[in-house]
Design a protein around this ligand. Sequence first.
Ligand SMILES: Nc1ncnc2c1ncn2[C@@H]1O[C@H](COP(=O)(O)OP(=O)(O)OP(=O)(O)O)[C@@H](O)[C@H]1O
Length: 251
Amino acid sequence: MIECSNIYKSYGAIPVLKGISLAVVQLETFTIIGPNGAGKTTLFKVLTGEAPANAGVVTFNGENITRLSASARVHRGFGRTFQVARILRCNSVLENLIIALEARARRSELDRLLQLRPTKQIRDDAVGIAGRISLLNKMDVPARFLSHGDRKRLELGVTLALKPKILMMDEPTAGMSPGDRNATIDMIARVKEEDQLTIMLTEHDMDVVAHLSDRIMVMNYGEAIAVGTLNEIRNNAAVRDIYLGEEIGDA
Ligand SMILES: Nc1ncnc2c1ncn2[C@@H]1O[C@H](COP(=O)(O)OP(=O)(O)OP(=O)(O)O)[C@@H](O)[C@H]1O
């Protein structure tokens, strides 16, 4: 599905990714964990096309996409959510979803989209997505008035509207209350099943990691030090050293 090999990336003189390779298979949930500054978000940016690598190759369904822009990768089927939700703060839940659906239908410029009247089909689809992300009762609320958890759910809805094949989620539960976090775990599992998605996550919360991941890659100082199932990672001596005896994924 998505593969990368020998990815190197520096910011100025500082190397941040030092020869990362990975291969995520279709319908897998693949999670990247590691201490702050390990390079997880930077690797995500290289995979989604937001930041160019200095060396290495990224392929998606066999196509070399290393030099494709982020928007070209969205057209190939990349969906992306961010540590801080990226949504249109002045627009309502319904408008955010309609704009995303229109963008997929027409692939045109945002300014023009804002003047469009949605078709009944698009409106129905938006309502359908709002139901899936549990925001039906907040359809007319401007996004800036939503709670943190609701904003993250809306961002997921906007991403789903683009009908991705792979969902790239950077710390999907960051800053959430335990209740919101559990609801988000369930929601991610459900949309994965319903839309037959492949998912890549970065995450610090080990409950989330344990509940969602098929395989986990552990990064430290820009290197991948282990890849495997939760049990394999738990029993890996190098991983245990990094986490200083913390119980990994003891959910
Ligand atoms: N735009 C940038 N310019 C310079 N240095 C950067 C930039 N982005 C990240 N870095 C540095 O690169 C390193 C890796 O950062 P990155 O955000 O990829 O780590 P991370 O594993 O995602 O961390 P966290 O868990 O805190 O989100 C850090 O030392 C960070 O300070």
